[in-house]
Design a protein around this ligand. Structure first.
Ligand code: AMP
Length: 370
């Protein structure tokens, strides 16, 4: 078993990783880090979120920065604001014990003037959504002339969100010799086309088994009940949690809204977030939750992506997710920053079979609660 140090990660970063409970490198990290730290190369990594890919590209990226130069040396492109914020936060956390490396995240949906102002400060790495980056480039708010590394994270998501034109423009804008590291969960035709056009023919390719990392500090439990009993059982569970805060997951927007209403009717301070809310509305709910004005959030998987809330004591799967990757995402909302947490699923007898499949593929075990 290799350690991060053996993969070539600088000891200051290793120390920060230890503090984050990241001590055994994941598959994608083992496959990527030595390559990305080594010869300057283009790189194609097939990996999903939840596999540890942020550290897989983030550590080599940080290590490539020359802090004595006040220039943007790294560019990370990603599909959404939430993911951008999450990447920037991870990079920041990795540098807790190292020289200060400045990362700025820029994305749509926030005042551009503020981001233009922020970019005037020393910045080594920019994390950006493609549309906003183009806007900023047009306004000459930043220069990509000195960029040595460009990372495309969740490239397939960016293309399916319609950012093809923007990505092509950006890739034409960065220096020819910059290294391009592309990460994608899937390799559809348009990704392969983009690779052909912008990455070198001898780009290093790695593929992972797709196993996602599940935090070991999470207890996975489940309770079997009929659909009609779920609300009652949920209320009992919430009461047993002594006002601790948590997130309850449903599969659809309609289900989140319905459940939030039912909980409010029981005097539990709750709000729902789902993909149809404007960013502002979502932020408002999140602020209320962070300020502990809300005890619970009922959320869809999409809305909960990248939510950055520490110290959640539990998550509830009121409905099981569509894919097991989402199970990892959902349960990963608890047990953050070294805390422990509980991931509680309410399932029908029929659905409990699905949990057996999770146990196998995610390498976790569920305890049945009666
Ligand atoms: P990512 O796929 O980069 O979004 O990472 C998913 C989660 O796994 C994040 O919460 C990371 O902090 C965590 N993580 C990353 N690498 C490791 C590791 N080697 N061991 C344990 N947790 C990790």
């Amino acid at each position: 078993m290799k350690s991060f140090k053996e993969l070539g990660v600088h000891k200051d970063f290793v120390k920060a990783l230890d503090g984050l409970n990241i001590s055994i490198p994941s598959e994608i990290q083992i496959l990527s880090i030595p390559v990305l730290l080594g010869d300057r190369t283009d790189f194609i990594g097939r990996a999903q979120t939840g596999t540890g890919k942020t550290a897989a590209f983030g550590l080599p990226l940080l290590q490539s920065v020359d802090v004595s130069r006040n220039e943007i040396q790294g560019l990370v492109l990603c599909p959404t604001r939430e993911l951008g914020q999450q990447i920037a936060k991870s990079l920041f956390r990795f540098t807790k014990f190292s020289d200060k490396i400045f990362t700025e995240a820029v994305y749509g949906g926030e005042k551009i003037d503020r981001q233009i102002g922020a970019l005037r400060r020393p910045t080594h790495i920019v994390v950006a959504t493609p549309g906003r980056l183009i806007d900023l480039l047009k306004r000459k708010a930043l220069s990509l002339d000195k960029v040595k590394t460009v990372i495309l994270d969740e490239a397939d998501e960016m293309l399916s969100m319609g950012f093809k034109k923007e990505l092509n423009q950006i890739l034409d804008f960065v220096p020819q010799e910059a290294n391009k590291w592309l990460f994608s969960a899937t390799m559809p035709h348009d990704i392969r086309e983009m690779i052909k056009e912008h990455l070198s023919d001898d780009a290093h390719r790695v593929e992972t088994s797709g196993k996602t990392l599940v935090n070991e500090n999470i207890e996975h439990k489940y309770f079997v009940c009929d659909e009609e009993e779920k609300l009652h059982v949920l209320l009992q569970f919430i009461n047993s949690q002594y006002k601790e805060r948590g997130i309850i997951f449903c599969r659809t927007k309609k289900a989140t809204q319905h459940l939030a209403k039912q909980l409010i009717a029981k005097n539990i301070s709750t709000d729902a977030i789902h993909g149809d809310l404007y960013q502002k509305e979502r932020d408002k709910v999140l602020r209320a939750f962070k300020k502990e004005k809300l005890q619970l959030i009922v959320a869809t998987d999409i809305a909960a992506r990248g939510l950055d809330i520490d110290a959640l004591s539990y998550v509830v799967h009121y409905q099981l997710p569509e894919s097991e990757e989402y199970y990892t995402h959902r349960s990963g909302r608890t047990a953050r920053a070294g805390n422990s947490g509980l991931s509680m699923a309410f399932v029908t007898a029929f659905e409990s079979n699905k949990l057996r499949a999770y146990e196998k593929s995610l390498d976790i075990s569920f305890e049945r609660v009666r």
